[in-house]
Structures are given as C-alpha cells and as structure tokens.
Write a protein of this length. Structure first.
Length: 443
C-alpha cells in the first residue's frame, strides 16, 4: 500500500550563495514512488529494496502470525569491501572514508570540544579521533583508555561544554575517568561506580553492550542492559534479573530503580532534545519467522513495560509463553516506530546540527547492523526517523545504504552514528573496520 506524505525540499544555501543547485537538493522520500510512504505488506523489505530516500511505515496490523515463515540462520557471509563498493547517501550528500583498518569499531560519541570517541569493544579500549585534514582524514588519532571490559557506552558529564568525567559502559560495570576538554589520553585512574548484570562467570553471556546517557538536568543516569537470552522467562531464569531493562542510577553510581522493563535489548540510548525524554534503539526477539518481531525505536516511558519476553508490540502474546502473565497484557506499550524485524538496530542520535538541510533538525538517525534470522538479508544501513515537535509518526527512511553486494554478500555493518560539531555525520562500520563521514554539499 502507498500512502502520500508532504515532500519537503532539503535545501540549504550558504549566505551569499544563490539557490542554483535546487534541482539536486536532497528530498525526504525522493526514491519512494510518487512521494509516498510504503505501508502494509509493501513496507517489509530486504537489501534488494533498500535505497536512500525510500520511506516505510509498519504497524502492528501488518504483522504476520508467528511461524508464518520458517526461522532461518542467515548470518555470516562477510566479504572484503569490493573496490567499487561505497555507501550510498541521498542526492546532495557526499560520503568519504574518514578512517579504516580498525578492529570492529562500535559506538561513537562526539565530545563537547568536537573530538570523536570510539569504543573498540573487543580490544577493550576507547580511541579518540580529532578533526578532518585536507584529505578528509583525522588530524590526530590517539588511544584514550585501555584495559577496559568490553566498553560500549560513552557519555560526558556533566552535560554541557565543560565536562569533568567521561563515563564508560563496560559490560559488567559503569566506570568513569577524569576528563577535561582536549584530553587525548586518560589523565587519571578508572573509577568503578556500579556493577552491572551480565558480567563475570555467574551471569555472563547474552547481550553484552551497555549504553549510558544522562537526563537533561544531569541528575539521572540511564544505563541499558540487554537480556541474557532470546526469550527465556525471567520467572525461572535468575540470570535475567535486571536485564532487558533500562536501569536508573545517580551520577555517582547509586542504583535508583528499574526505569523501564521488557525492552529486550536497548542497544542505543539518546535524549530527545525537544522533550527531554529517553529514547531507545532496540533489538527485539528472534525465531518467530522472517517478519517477526519488529525491532523498534521509541521514547521510553518511566515505569513502562514493553513486553519482553511474554508479549510483543502492544499485547501480542509470544506463543512460547502462552498463558503467562495475563495481568500484564494490557500494560504492554507499543513502540513509536516499528522497524524491520531482525534489523539489529544499534546506536541512535538526534540531529541538532545545521550543516544538513533544515528539516533534518530534530530528526533521529540510527544504525541498522543487519539481519541474521531472515531468509533474505535486511538492514546494513543507516536510517533517519522523521520527528516533528519531538514526536515520531511511525515512519522511517533509508538514508545510507550500499553495504551489501548485489549478490547479497555483506561487506559493511553500521554500528554507531554521531553528529559532529560542524553538523556532519560520522558512522562506524565494524564490517569493514571503517569510520564513514557524511557531509551535505547540495550537489
């Protein structure tokens, strides 16, 4: 089904420059047929149908019954980036390779002074990349901290231009390191603030990433902890205690409460700059078929329940837990934006820059790492989520694609996305070991 939506010109002209390139300005939905949103069954996708500018909207009513298709294992099949392969962005945007040769770069965050901090989780370290030289490469590259424990989340505290600490989400703990703007190497020791579930021998395994963000007023620290399993019942699996949750702590590391629960794996957290609300980019469960269960991006309600493992998408019972917890059915919150099932939605960020055309302001970008539990690959891209007055309408749009070959081999897997101080976008890709730089040129 095709649904019309307003087409908005993505046009930015520097002062003193005429609007001579308006015919090539990027436009939301430019590759959707006749400026439409793909809905219903047409909204389900795979890598052969993904291209910059295509917009989709899935709803709960579009979802199939469980096991409508057979569950598959279609992971792996990574290849070296072919010489002619390059990420594809909408018209008016340019993609450059900022850095390559990294060992699986993961989350990326921009420091208040503009430096880019990147978690190399499997190397147990955090790296810093500074500036862009005349060749489009970093001016300075440095290792900030080593001997961490699968670090992922990175946050600067207090919020604002002059942080005193960098917080890091290790897989088993929240730690912090003294930090002053411009530090390229840690100047003080790692301080452990709070243990997190999932670390160590007793509760190891499962989803290991831990993201960290602070509330706008700086009084609350939100830490996301994914589930240990695909769909194990916490009633009978103690290793799921305080997992599939967002946990709230004080900035000093004192546990406050479970802020929201039933969120299988909120890999990426972000604070909406308009509303101040916490948002999550979430991996849902597998093994119910090609088109179940949708991953999602949503604002997170305090005390909210999002269904895992007993329900999904607003009170649909998982057949593997038939009859469990009927008292929770009416409490399940339907997420704001349903993504493709098995997309593996990872880091997200809100666009607050000014380099991109004006109607990107306030919208959300998210990295989709790519499917393994779907017969035809999907994901392997960066998407943009339209946000108006701080709210999503359920749509999302392909923004950066091209990480697969026409034959379906995968050479790149987006993980992290951050907005630079100049308003450009940086994307980490742990498939090719690269950081990509996306700028708007208007032609």
């Amino acid at each position: 089904m095709l649904k019309s939506f307003p087409r908005t010109s993505r046009l930015v002209a520097p002062l003193g420059v005429g609007l001579l390139f308006c015919s090539t300005a990027a436009v939301h939905g430019q590759n959707s047929p006749s400026g439409t949103v793909l809905t219903g069954q047409a909204a389900f996708t795979d890598y052969t149908k993904e291209a910059p500018g295509i917009r989709r909207k899935l709803t709960v009513a579009d979802l199939p019954a469980p096991y409508a298709t057979k569950s598959v294992d279609s992971g792996g099949d990574m290849v070296k980036r072919p010489d002619n392969a390059w990420p594809k962005a909408p018209a008016g945007f340019k993609v450059d390779m900022y850095f390559t040769g990294l060992d699986q770069p993961r989350l990326i965050r921009t420091a208040p002074n503009g430096d880019l901090f990147v978690a190399l989780s499997y190397q147990n370290k955090i790296m810093v990349f500074r500036g862009v030289d005349l060749n489009g490469k970093p001016k300075v590259v440095s290792t900030f901290a080593e001997n961490l424990s699968q670090p992922f989340g990175i946050a600067f505290y207090p919020r604002g231009p002059n942080p005193r600490w960098i917080y890091i989400g290790n897989t088993d703990a929240v730690v912090r390191i003294p930090y002053t703007n411009g530090d390229l190497k840690a100047t003080g020791p790692v301080q452990k603030l709070a243990d997190l579930p999932g670390g160590g021998r007793l509760r190891g395994g499962g989803h290991w990433t831990r993201d960290i963000v602070f509330s706008q007023d700086g009084t609350r620290m939100f830490v996301s902890v994914g589930s240990h399993s695909n769909v194990d019942d916490p009633d009978t699996h103690p290793e799921e205690f305080h997992r599939a949750d967002v946990l709230e702590f004080t900035p000093e590391g004192k546990f406050v409460k479970v802020y929201a629960y039933g969120i299988r794996n909120c890999v990426g957290e972000a604070i909406n700059p308009i509303t101040g609300e916490l948002w999550c980019s979430t991996n849902e469960r597998d093994a119910l078929g090609d088109n179940l269960v949708p991953d999602y991006i949503t604002h997170v309600q305090e005390g909210g329940f999002y269904g895992w493992p007993w329900y999904y998408m607003g009170g649909t019972q998982d057949p593997r837990h038939q009859g469990s917890h009927p008292e929770l059915k009416s409490k399940v919150i339907t997420p704001d934006v349903l993504l493709q099932p098995h997309f593996a939605s990872l880091e997200m960020t809100f666009y607050e820059g000014s380099q991109f055309p004006a109607d990107y302001k306030g919208e959300a970008f998210a990295a989709e790492h790519g499917s393994w539990n779907k017969s035809v690959r999907a994901g392997y891209e960066v998407i943009v989520v339209p946000i108006h007055n701080g709210r999503a309408n359920g749509e999302y749009e392909d923004f950066l694609t091209g990480f697969t070959t026409p034959e379906g081999h995968v050479w790149g897997r987006p993980v992290g996305v951050t907005v630079a101080s100049d308003g450009s976008l940086f994307v980490t890709d742990d498939g090719s070991g690269s950081i990509w730089h996306v700028t708007y040129t208007g032609h």
